[in-house]
Design a protein around this ligand. Structure first.
Ligand code: PHE
Length: 446
């Protein structure tokens, strides 16, 4: 084992910020609202909240714990811990599938990051001014139909990601996050306030929080579970990688609670900002991935100071996406750096270019390759579904089963500093509740 081979977080605060930075991103503001819309509302939200609390939270802790014990990239971490605990070599698959999932997700994530950049420019040029719902729809469709523009912004976004990762994660980004993430929170709060004063608010509240459990199908369950993993950055080796930079002094349970709460609050706020606009303007909640991009411009084009607010919003959304994207690249980079002669910069470039290339296939599925279907899905949807609904749940399941059943109980208890009562509860959740929960959802969706 190459203990202490790489850097450490500068402080507990730095670590928690990085984890929140990874968790809070497009998943909260872009994906959560449209998934709620596609799944018919509050029943999805209810399942999602249960998944975060009972399954997501313990799995964050499990992934950090694996990383912290091993102090290595996710693949080596699983290999070493399996060996030192006398378990099968096959556990290394948890690290492999996690790293692969991160790579696949980043390819399409960067395309959406590109949409945010493109909207940032539109917001600044005043093109939202007085926008109505037809023009908002048309603007979004035009963006999707134009491979050149999509490619440009995807390239810029990926370039930014690679640049930050190559320079090393700590310094500037940690400082910038301290200011920019709270600013994003404030801006969202303002937009929720705007929504609260509008006609659509009561309907939005009911839509989000008054579940009609008749709408709960296996597919909705799986979508909610998969999204809980996506939004917490689980099942990708990311939290394992972050844990590997972690010293013993950090209380993992408390840190995990902080991350889960922040992430959930931001997602719900995004929902409360967007759905009032949807209902007040008679838009379709099930519009899909374009939902944020066709709703918010309507407001920015109408309110006083909308130009500035629009620019700020899309800039902050891009920033939030960037802090997630760098975390998506990190496991592949850590792997290449430790397993090949490549330097950090070389490893970042190789991983970045490979992801970028795959991203091109994803963006072409909105236009030129729209008819290229694999198992009935275009490439973008395939990448999304294969990761959220398959790789993430399976990898996360592997991580929690490994921590619950394979690591020596004493060492886990020590890592978490639990009392004996707390440890019984922890075991109950990691050995039974969380794994069975994942399996039940899986099976019910078949
Ligand atoms: N959690 C991030 C979000 O919600 C996305 C992400 C997924 C980041 C997977 C890292 C890994 O946007």
């Amino acid at each position: 084992m190459k203990k202490g081979h790489h850097g450490q977080w500068s402080s507990r605060m730095g670590f928690v910020l990085a984890a929140v930075g990874s968790a809070v991103g497009l998943g909260n503001i872009w994906k959560f609202p449209y998934m709620v819309g596609q799944s018919g509302g509050a029943a999805f939200v209810a399942v999602y909240l249960v998944c975060i609390a009972l399954i997501g939270l313990p799995i964050i802790v499990a992934e950090w714990l694996i990383g912290r014990r091993a102090q290595e990239n996710p693949i080596n971490a699983m290999a070493d811990l399996a060996r030192s605990n006398g378990r099968s070599k096959a556990w290394v698959m948890v690290g492999v599938s996690g790293t692969l999932a991160g790579f696949l997700i980043l390819s399409f994530y960067s395309v959406i990051g590109g949409w945010a950049l493109s909207y940032l420019i539109d917001a600044g040029s005043g093109s939202f001014n007085g926008m109505g719902k037809e023009t908002a729809d048309a603007a979004f469709s035009n963006l999707l139909a134009d491979p050149g523009t999509l490619l440009t912004w995807h390239t810029v976004f990926m370039g930014l990601t690679v640049g930050v990762v190559a320079m090393g994660v700590a310094g500037g980004l940690e400082r910038a996050s301290r200011i920019l993430m709270p600013t994003l929170g404030i801006l969202l709060a303002l937009m929720v306030g705007y929504g609260a004063a509008s006609d659509g608010f009561a309907q939005a509240l009911a839509y989000l929080f008054a579940p009609d459990f008749a709408k709960l199908t296996g597919a909705v369950l799986l979508a909610a579970l998969g999204h809980a993993f996506f939004t917490l950055s689980l099942g990708m080796g990311i939290m394992i990688a972050y844990g590997s930079y972690l010293g013993q002094q950090v209380d993992l349970l408390r840190a995990a609670r902080t991350v889960a709460i922040m992430d959930t609050v931001i997602a719900l706020a995004a929902g409360l900002a967007i759905f009032p606009i949807v209902f007040a303007n008679g838009l379709d909640p099930a519009a899909g991935p374009g939902l944020v991009f066709v709703t918010l411009p309507l407001v920015f084009g109408k309110v006083t100071g909308g130009l500035l607010l629009g620019v700020m919003f899309f800039a902050l959304l891009t920033f939030a996406a960037l802090t997630s994207a760098i975390s998506l690249l990190e496991p592949s980079v850590e792997l290449l750096e430790e397993r090949t002669p490549l330097s950090r910069i070389g490893a970042t470039l190789v991983a970045g270019v490979a992801t970028w290339a795959l991203g091109i296939a994803a963006l072409l599925s909105f236009n030129l390759w729209g008819d290229v279907l694999i198992f009935g899905n275009n490439i973008f949807d395939l990448l999304d579904k294969m990761t959220s609904k398959f790789l993430l749940p399976l990898t996360a399941l592997g991580a929690i089963v490994f921590v619950g059943w394979c690591l020596k109980a004493e060492s886990v208890r020590e890592e978490l500093g639990l009392s004996s009562g707390g440890f019984v509860l922890w075991n109950l959740i990691t050995r039974f509740v969380a794994p069975i929960g994942v399996l039940v959802v899986f099976i019910s969706s078949l």
